[in-house]
Design a protein around this ligand. Structure first.
Ligand SMILES: [Zn+2]
Length: 249
């Protein structure tokens, strides 16, 4: 099956509803390629490695969580950014990127998909734009939860154990959501899982007794893009594959 670029954009927009979010960059079609699309490659970040892999896979479109354009960029297309864009344009590949809408989707989003893998059935409940999720849980302590996260994601998290109390409520938000920790504490969480940790969260964990688990920005955000692109591709009869570009961060 083939579909036009515009039809595919409408399907992604219809599913992810970017107009509902205040985001750090443009959601939707970021780089225009050929008008007919048969094969989609999804990935976490529109890095050069992903774009080169998509060229090898003969993709007509690339679908990512982290696109090319962010608030605060100075607008020059030079160096590494020029190279990524040159590769896309030379090979006539469309780039679709959805940031917060892909974190937030209740079924195919990063938070929903991470929760599903961790066996947590929760809902969006706290934090900026209600992006943070919370769910009931039953772990003896933060170390037990951390071992579970390590087993599921295949990567050892950084774990601040908090007070060592049993974990009955787990909050999470994928990626660089360490700034959501206070909102998670206010929402009554015993532990908060995100991708990254910054210096203040270690102190907050010690002082509030709430555990903080940094499980990797990439590791926590690699499920939404393939879930969403795979869902849309299946509905439209398109080909889809996810390409993992490992990232230790
Ligand atoms: Zn991210």
């Amino acid at each position: 099956m083939n579909i036009t670029r515009q039809e595919l954009l409408s399907h992604f927009d219809g599913l992810l509803q970017p107009e509902r979010f205040k985001d750090y960059g443009p959601n939707g079609l970021q780089v225009e390629g050929r008008s007919e699309i048969r094969r989609i490659v999804s990935g976490v970040t529109a890095s050069r490695a992903l774009i080169e892999a998509a060229i090898d896979a003969r993709a007509d479109a690339v679908f990512v969580h982290h696109g090319l354009f962010w608030r605060g960029m100075d607008g020059r297309i030079t160096g590494w950014l020029k190279e990524r864009i040159r590769l896309l344009l030379t090979h006539d590949i469309n780039l679709f990127a959805y940031h917060l809408p892909l974190d937030a989707h209740p079924q195919w989003g990063n938070n929903a998909q991470l929760g599903q893998r961790l066996g947590l059935s929760g809902e969006a409940a706290f934090g900026e734009q209600n992006l943070g999720w919370i769910a009931p849980a039953d772990f003896a302590d933060a170390a037990a939860l951390s071992r579970h996260v390590e087993q599921v994601l295949g990567r050892a998290p950084v774990c601040l154990a908090g007070s060592g109390r049993p974990i009955r409520r787990v909050a999470w938000c994928t990626g660089g959501a360490q700034g959501f920790f206070e909102a998670a504490i206010a929402a009554g969480a015993d532990a908060f899982i995100t991708g990254e940790i910054s210096e203040p969260q270690a102190h907050l964990s010690r002082e509030t007794g709430v555990a903080f688990i940094a499980a990797g920005h990439h590791a926590t955000e690699r499920y939404g893009a393939p879930a969403c692109a795979g869902h849309v591709a299946a509905r439209l009869g398109l080909e889809h594959c996810f390409i993992e570009i490992d990232n230790p961060a």
